[in-house]
Every structure is written in structure tokens, then in C-alpha cells.
Design a protein. Structure first.
Length: 309
């Protein structure tokens, strides 16, 4: 698996990133042992990039389990990249500079690290852009922590494309994450991708399966991006699924590789909450998909986009 340079950070990352939003969350099988085993398995395989957040895993358990796995392995392996995110305290709107500093301190302690390689401003849509960039606000705090060397690189990870474009225009960020907006169903992240490429900012794509529809098919999982999909989307995905089945290709493999085959995408975040998911994702990423499949699926992908923002 060929690694890719993460924009201007100089970091080298696998084309698939291990997502940990549910890592360490109850109920079983997502408890401590399974969560730690998942990260240990990831460190043994081809994926060298892990994505977490201060709030993931029922209030920080994701970072705790990653930290436990790192400690059991003797520390952060050479070439391994762990990215986290700053968050308000769950249930509050406190996205002040002071809260961001505390969020970083909590992440350092949980992960068992003395420096964070990459930290994202997470879901900035929770506050206004003006609040985010104001004196004493979260962006100022992140820049200060980067300048102190506590953080290596800054990223922004959110939903609304227009808002992320505003944050990239500040020049403060080296990486941007978009979720559910560059998939076989929806490519509304295109303006963000183009802007990121022009700025030398790495684009990381999250949720290539749209919440499950692009794994199980629309008849089993009729929701896309946490809401009921339109009849037009369901019909398009049903046709994609039929094309894939005719060529013995999992729909999930096409959904994942739609993202990983695009050279503009530095890495694609796939959620993994048990060790078997690591091996399954490797198989999907390396599945041999005939060009005949792409020639039929890509026009369906381009036929329309969801109205997400």
C-alpha cells in the first residue's frame, strides 16, 4: 500500500485512515479490550494513520484506548500518525480559547504523548465563524499552541463546505476533513477539494460509506448521512449495487475506492471499532475492480448530489 504525503505537513500517511468515533463506547463489543486490540491490529497492518477526537468514545474513551494501545506497544511507532481534534465539553457551547487549551491538555494526557502531530478544529459550525476567529477564540489558541510546538500541524474538520472554505482562507490550516460530501452519492465537496489543492492543503475524506447505505445497499440501509435518502438517491445506489454484484465486486469496495483512487484525497477515514474491521477494510481497499464497473458506476455517481449543507 503506497503512502501519500499529507499536503505541506510532510507527514506520510496510508490512503486509508483508521476512524475511531465509536472506539471505546459501550455496549460490547466496543469496550476496552476490543478497542485496544483494534488499534494494536492497525499498528500491525498497512494503515499508519489514526483519527480521533477529544469527545469520541463517550467523552474521551477513544483517546484513552489509543493511548493504552500505544503504551502497550512501547510508545508511538516510528512513522505512525495520530490526529485528534479539539472539542467543547459535551453539551456546552464553550468553544473558547481556554477550552481549546484544556481540550489539548486532555488529549495529551489520554494519548500519553508530549506533542500532538495534527489537531483539527472540530465541527466549527457549532459556533459562528466570527466567534471562531475572534481574539481569545479557538483559532487563536490553536495557532499559539502550534507556535509553542505543542501541536505540529493544524486542521479543520466539519460539515458545511462554505464554512470550511472560510477557515482555509485564513491560511492557518494544513489539512481539511470533509464528511459524507465526497462519495458515490454526493460530491458537494468538490469546491473545497479544488480550493485545498490550490492552497497546498491536504484533503482528508471521511464517511465514504454515507452511514452504511454504500455498504449494505439502499434496501437494507435507506438512510444517507444520518437522514432518509431521497427516492432518486436510493434508485441510483440500487443500480450501482446491481452493477457491482454482476461483477462480484462489493459495493463497499467501490465506495471506498471511489475516494482512494482520487489522487487529490490524501487519506480516507473509515470507522473501525473491532480488529476484524481492519482486515476487512484492507480487503476492500485492495479489491480488484474492473474498469467496466467504473465506466458504469461513475456516471451514476455524477448524476446528482444530495442537498446536505
Amino acid at each position: 500500500m503506497e503512502y501519500r504525503t499529507l499536503g505541506r505537513t510532510g507527514l506520510s500517511v496510508s490512503p486509508v485512515c483508521v476512524g475511531t468515533s465509536s472506539l471505546g463506547s459501550p455496549p460490547p463489543p466496543y469496550g476496552t479490550d476490543t478497542a485496544v486490540a483494534t488499534i494494536r491490529r492497525a499498528m500491525e497492518g498497512p494503515f499508519n494513520f489514526v483519527d480521533t477526537s477529544n469527545e469520541y468514545g463517550n467523552g474521551g474513551n477513544s483517546e484513552r484506548r489509543i493511548g493504552q494501545a500505544l503504551a502497550e506497544s512501547g510508545g508511538l511507532p516510528e512513522g505512525f500518525v495520530v490526529a485528534t481534534k479539539v472539542d467543547p465539553i459535551v453539551g456546552t457551547r464553550d468553544y473558547s480559547g481556554d477550552r481549546v487549551r484544556r481540550s489539548v491538555e486532555e488529549s495529551l494526557e489520554r494519548l500519553g504523548l508530549d506533542r500532538l502531530q495534527l489537531v483539527y478544529l472540530h465541527d466549527p459550525e457549532k459556533i459562528t465563524f466570527e466567534e471562531g476567529t475572534a481574539a481569545g477564540g479557538p483559532l487563536e489558541a490553536l495557532v499559539d499552541l502550534r507556535d509553542q510546538g505543542v501541536i505540529g500541524h493544524l486542521g479543520v474538520a466539519g460539515g458545511p463546505i462554505d464554512l470550511e472554505l472560510k477557515y482555509l482562507a485564513t491560511g492557518a490550516f494544513d489539512v481539511v476533513i470533509s464528511h459524507n460530501r465526497f462519495t458515490l452519492v454526493d460530491q458537494t465537496a468538490e469546491p473545497l477539494i479544488r480550493d485545498a489543492m490550490e492552497r497546498g492543503v491536504a484533503f482528508v475524506n471521511a464517511a465514504p460509506f454515507g452511514g452504511g447505505m454504500l455498504v449494505k445497499g439502499p434496501d437494507v440501509a435507506p438512510n444517507y448521512c444520518y437522514r432518509p435518502a431521497s427516492p432518486a438517491i436510493i434508485e441510483r445506489v440500487r443500480k450501482m449495487q446491481q452493477i457491482c454484484e454482476a461483477h462480484n465486486v462489493p459495493l463497499a469496495a467501490a465506495a471506498l475506492q471511489f475516494s482512494t483512487r482520487d489522487p487529490r484525497v490524501s487519506s480516507t477515514i473509515v470507522g473501525m471499532s473491532e480488529p476484524g474491521r481492519v482486515d476487512q477494510t484492507v480487503r476492500l481497499a485492495e479489491w480488484d475492480i474492473p474498469e467496466d464497473v467504473w465506466s458504469q458506476v461513475l456516471p451514476l455517481a455524477a448524476a446528482g448530489t444530495g442537498q446536505l449543507d
